[in-house]
Design a protein around this ligand. Sequence first.
Ligand code: PHE
Length: 458
Amino acid sequence: MERENFGSKIGAVLAAAGSAVGLGNVWRFPIETGQNGGAAFIIIYVICILLLGLPIMISEFLVGRYTHANTAGAFRIVSNGSPWKWVGRMGIFTGWFILCYYVVVGAWTMHYTFLSVTNAFHEVPAKEYGDIFDNFVAHPWLPTVWLFVFIGVIHYVITRGVQSGIEKSAKLMMPTLFLITIFLAVCSVSLPGASKGLEFLLKPDWSKVDSTTVLDAMGQAFYSLSLAMGCLCTYASYFDKKTPLAKSAVNVSIIDTLIAIMAGFIIFPSVFNIGMDPNEMGVGAGLTFVSLPNVFQQALGNGSFLAVVFSSLFYFLLFVAALTSAISLHEVATAYVTEEFDMTRKKGAALVTATVLILGTMCSLSFGPLSGLTLFDRSIFSLFDDFSGRILLPLGGMLISIFAGWVLDRKLYRDELSNQGDLKTPYFKMLVFSLRYIAPLAIGLVFLDQLGAFGFLK
Ligand code: PHE
């Protein structure tokens, strides 16, 4: 079977950026930045991207493009049959695992877009936003309906193929996402009292920085760039031989970081406008589905046209961000089953979709009817979230950097990176140094931290 490629360089970068820009940019990065010293955190975050994120992203791109195969096949080829081939399989497993709970939140963003468009938050008293959310996620079937719709959209894009599905949707959705982000940021920044919000986000406060801040920044950089899950490797397997690897990785990182910072421009000016304390807003779901709907209504006029537009666009933005990331996760698994088990794309995608429907539904129901079902003291949703984010992700990242730095043939690396001598690679030595020493060590620390080894520091 003929293997598809992305049709253009810009399509390739937008698809990879679509994978990177996701919920993490909106519901974690801004709050982490605000609470951990503003610009001081951003500086540390950018250093993490330069030292660890980029070398690993470039390596994943390289393995994907060199082999033109799904992630399992790719690592089998570059590992020459050694046990390193398991790194690829592990990435696929991690991605699939993340997808199973990520779709649940994607479904919530659809419901909240719907609530916003229909002005359901009109005149809701501040203290009731928590109940709205709790009742929704615990509802016996409503979240599952949205879940099926969300997964249906992913399935549709994936079955259309690489160029007319993934690339075309990225070319449409990424610019849309960018425009909405700019519009919302400008609206929020022009609210009275906005400057305090910007100060909270941007003023460097080094006194808040300690060793755990650095670990947080590394973990966030990793998740945000979609590293170690086969996504970038799979997408790069659709790059043509002329796509510049390092430049593409830099572009993806810039887009991802800009969107994350702009998400802060959307959130904090509104928060300070209504005099709320950002330290009490929570992160993740609590922030996104409880604090923020309230903030937007209050800042823009409860039930007003502006509040409806702003809130609808905000949840639509989250939906688009989650969707493009989920598509990339689905593609990792689809490419794997299609190529390794010799199926048509349609069949492979259907198989992946079926498993995600089943496990995703279980994750979703773990907030309601299945809430009694726990393992290791965790609900099914938290189990998927914690196991993939805390264990598989850093472990995978560490193995990839060790593999790329120590095992992968140096000449092969250099030839691929320079597109067989066409491009200059003055950064090559630094890159190898990071892959060999800095990245494995740093990610090893994140890993130990996630396992709770540094609890005494907190
Ligand atoms: N990078 C995405 C985000 O910031 C999350 C993600 C992780 C997407 C892994 C795909 C793969 O939300």
